[in-house]
Design a protein around this ligand. Sequence first.
Ligand code: NAD
Length: 315
Amino acid sequence: MSKHHTPTSQPHCPDMRIFAPMQILDGKLVAQTVKESLKTKTAQHLAAGKKQPHLAAVLVGHDGASETYVASKVKNCEETGFKSTLIRLDTTATEAELVAVVEKLNQDTGIDGILVQLPLPKQINEDRIISLIDPQKDVDGFHPVSVGRMVQGLPSFIPATPYGILLLLEHYNIDTQGKHAVVIGRSNIVGRPISILLNRNSYPGNCTVTVCHSHTQNLAGICRQADIIVAALGRPGFLKADMVKEGAVVIDVGITRVPDPSKKSGYAIKGDVDFEAVAPKCSYITPVPGGVGLMTIAALMKNTLYACEQKNIIS
Ligand code: NAD
């Protein structure tokens, strides 16, 4: 039983437990706290005559969601006191053109962090581009060197979304040691790295982790055994109340645009969790929007400051 649960002492109902009220993991609040701290550190750096952190973002094409994410990253740089450079390439850009941009950014000593917004148009090989980024500037943490170092528990960039989840768990002091964490999804950017990080001998970590995917059998039964569930599969409302045990911690990573004529934009953002039904059973839960998405950008900012401070982490 989690330390967040309070067993009753009623003698006639030995199995009945009173659970602590559900608490929202407020990504907006925590992201703001992280950014305020980064802003203070950046101001101190500048006052000490040190370099201003500088993030370069590369956007290929005009995908709506990617445009929104990149604009938000640039805005967050401004708010935090970082410099940012946005490089745009047309949807029809060739792989050679993007390679040339990345190589130029690698050479530019003024740039601390490089992010190439994914997904890329299909004529460009994403894996090749990611592996061309200088590992010392790999603030997205997708380069094989970063991933290898993360797996080995060495200092490294941690991919922004999993890092944001860790920061949330840490902020709310959520107990993870010895807990059973079930991660739904095994992508390189969310599911796989968060499963490795929750399993690390660290805090947050020391979980026993089960990674589920599209071929997993009895997924509902596995989820019912979880103390912590990370839903990262991209299927709106997938995690239902009957898949969650009382008192579980639920982290909803999903972001899907669902048509909604009542919205000015014409769509609503939906998570992978059936929030209304699941939330009352949880000890903690992230909302969508207002949860992991905002933490992802805060974590990217942390990685950028780290890149600026630790020019030589890859020894
Ligand atoms: P992906 O498509 O790369 O991977 C999805 C994973 O889910 C796969 O491993 C697949 O095996 C698994 N899956 C699919 N259907 C399943 C099912 N029915 N049962 C069990 N597993 C199933 O997706 P991704 O890039 O990891 O993103 C997942 C979701 O998270 C998306 O909605 C994405 O938009 C969102 N996302 C959010 C953030 C954020 O900042 N909050 C960041 C990245 C991704």
